[in-house]
Ligand binder design. Structure first.
Ligand SMILES: Nc1nc2c(c(=O)[nH]1)N[C@H]1C(S)=C(S)[C@@H](COP(=O)(O)O)O[C@H]1N2
Ligand SMILES: [Mo]
Length: 447
């Protein structure tokens, strides 16, 4: 961008609620018109009264900068006395939410991460998506145990203290539910990126490598082919993991983003299986069994399979293939002006690091390579952004990621050609957002 940004900068209403109601949108537009009309003072005030959290540009000579507000002249609040800090009250709309389109079953349900409102690559712990098959628990860590049994020389039971005295690692990884973006298989125009892609989060996890524990227990190097991970909640969550993967980068983790795991996310212990679908990241981890064959548990023989066009089952599919999505502008948001936008989004791959992200603003005819904003880590979210000057005409925004193996994120019809139409899991196609002339952004499919 060689132009003076302040001349052209555009603004987004960041869909503070699930999406803007028509009334709210009209209010925001009116506010915008009157703001343009007067071209002075009040920019922020008008936007706020419209109930939409626009991050508006300041106008020359406005009161907010000329007049010292109370917070510049008065006494501030005392140190946070309830101990644990909270986000600003101005950010109260940024929440995990249940999808308006899904049946609500509170204990066997999902809350989605508000990707449209996040920055960088780390998901704040309080906004990490949740997926419970049978509700969550806040387990007393002094009573929690992890057992390692099966094809091992020394079967062992560990307390949390035992585990936390072992050599630890801290690694940043994404976790994505295998069913993330599942609604796109059926071309259901889910209204916001929170509900299309919000079953992905990314955190720093701390724990002991599973390989350390398996070595300690003397696992049978010849016979061992798989391990079974088992959770302590009523869902009897059990998943088979290949021994190669178990010995590679799996972590028996107690911490997330610098503090003990949140109860919703498996406190006090969960398995981290980098690059693999969320269901294998067993929460409330209580047992690892070493075996020589796959366990065919309910969560891998009955659930978490996809029906292929030739009538076979796609089973034991674990890896989350390379994927990306633009988070701003995204469906449910509204562009209020023509002009410059910093289009931004996330890319990730279960097979390694992100090599490149390309962005199209014309439905995939032309592509430009995006900037990578921050660190590029294997099996972690990667933030990209790119300049775009919106001319006020309809546009279709897409991102396409390429990972370190050279795999290119497919189009939805390419994916359907292989997988058919009966799949639920592992939908990693390019996502398209339509920007209409009136600035509204919506979810569309481009073949
Ligand atoms: N014990 C246990 N582990 C579990 C689950 C569960 O219900 N119980 N849900 C699984 C599924 S399907 C997913 S996608 C992830 C979700 O992890 P999160 O709730 O921390 O986002 O946990 C997995 N591990
Ligand atoms: Mo999941």
């Amino acid at each position: 961008m060689s132009k003076d940004l302040s001349e052209v900068i555009g603004r987004v209403i960041p869909a503070p609620e699930n999406f803007l109601s028509p009334e709210k949108l009209e209010q925001a537009r009116k506010a915008r018109r009157s703001f343009m009309g007067k071209a002075l003072a009040m920019g922020a005030g008008v936007a706020a009264s419209a109930g939409a959290a626009t991050r508006a540009m300041a106008a020359d000579g406005e009161e907010a900068i000329l007049k010292l507000p109370e917070h510049s002249t008065g006494l501030g609040q005392s140190v946070v006395t309830d101990g644990y800090g909270k986000p600003s009250k101005w950010e109260a709309n940024l929440q995990r939410r249940q999808s308006p389109g899904l049946t609500r079953v509170d204990q066997a349900s999902v809350s989605f991460t508000p990707l449209q409102g996040l920055f960088g690559i780390i998901t704040p712990s309080g906004l990490h998506f949740e997926r419970h098959h049978q509700g969550w628990w806040d387990i007393d860590p002094s009573k929690h145990r992890l057992m390692i049994n099966g094809l091992v020389k020394r079967q062992r039971v560990f307390t949390m203290d035992d585990l936390m005295r072992l050599p630890s690692v801290s690694r940043i990884h994404f976790i994505e539910c295998g069913a993330n973006t599942a609604t796109e298989w059926g071309n259901v125009a889910v209204p916001t990126v929170q509900y299309t892609h919000g079953m992905v989060s990314c955190s720093e996890f701390t724990g002991v490598l599973l390989s350390t524990l398996l070595e300690m227990c003397g696992y049978d190097k010849k016979a061992a082919k798989f391990v079974l991970a088992e959770g302590a909640d009523g869902s009897s969550m059990t998943r088979t993991i290949d021994i190669e993967r178990a010995m590679d980068d799996c972590i028996v983790a107690w911490a997330m983003n610098g503090e003990m795991l949140r109860p919703e996310n498996g406190y006090p212990l969960r398995l981290v299986v980098p690059g693999v679908q969320g269901v294998s990241w067993v929460k409330y981890l209580r047992r690892i069994e070493v075996g020589d064959q796959r366990y065919a548990t309910k969560d891998e023989a009955v659930h978490y399979i996809d029906h292929m066009p030739d009538g076979t089952h796609r089973q034991y599919t674990g890896i989350q293939e390379c994927k990306s999505v633009i988070t701003t502008p995204s469906a449910g948001q509204t562009l209020l002006d023509k002009g410059y936008y910093n289009v931004t989004g996330l890319a990730w791959s279960g097979r390694g690091a992100i090599k490149r992200v390309d962005v199209s603003v014309d439905g995939g005819r032309n592509w430009r390579t995006a900037r990578i904003e921050g660190p590029v880590l294997p099996k972690a979210l990667t933030r990209f952004n790119i300049d775009w000057v919106w001319d006020g005409k309809p546009a279709i925004l897409q991102a396409r990621a390429v990972d370190s193996t050279g795999y290119v994120q497919p189009k939805i019809n390419q994916l359907r050609a292989v997988r058919g139409t009966k799949s639920v899991y592992h939908q990693n196609a390019i996502q398209s957002w339509l920007v209409s002339e009136n600035g509204e952004v919506s979810n569309v499919q481009v073949y």
